[in-house]
Design a protein. Structure first.
Length: 144
């Protein structure tokens, strides 16, 4: 649920989320068709068999889609939030059809070059609490 947040409303240690998502094959196909602008065919993102041939336990969510979900967590936190930067590290494969939890925490805040900035750590975890993707973001908020 979005709301208007201002820089002064946020404190270091504030939580972002959590938001739960489950990504299925159809969502991956739609994402890839938009992201790549063409039919994606059979590959580790769209087919259990193709993924297993590559030594994976099953089809996985594309990295760019994981980044998009993390970006949406941050921009969906507030109608006034603007994402300036997001760096991620992939620590594990993100499977289809499993509950994922996206969350974040504000780790720093300050005004830099006239911009009211929040530094945030963000996480994408599986249902066992293993962090599959971690990131660091800079989010801009307006001041009052």
């Amino acid at each position: 649920m979005s709301r208007e947040l201002y820089f002064e409303d946020v404190e270091i240690g504030d939580d972002i989320g959590p938001v739960q998502r489950t990504v299925n094959r159809d969502q991956v196909l739609r994402f890839l068709s938009v992201h790549q602008g063409r039919d994606t065919g059979v590959n580790r993102f769209t087919s259990e068999e193709a993924a297993k041939k590559e030594g994976l336990p099953g089809a996985i969510v594309p990295g760019a889609m994981n980044i998009a979900m993390m970006s949406t967590l941050l921009t969906g936190w507030s109608d006034t939030a603007r994402l300036k930067k997001l760096d991620v590290v992939f620590r594990g494969m993100v499977p289809h059809d499993k509950t994922l939890t996206l969350s974040g925490i504000v780790t720093d805040k300050g005004v830099v070059d006239g911009e009211a900035r929040l530094e945030c750590d963000v996480f994408l975890e599986n249902d066992e609490g293993t962090r599959l993707v971690i990131g660091n973001a800079i989010v801009l908020l307006p001041t009052r």
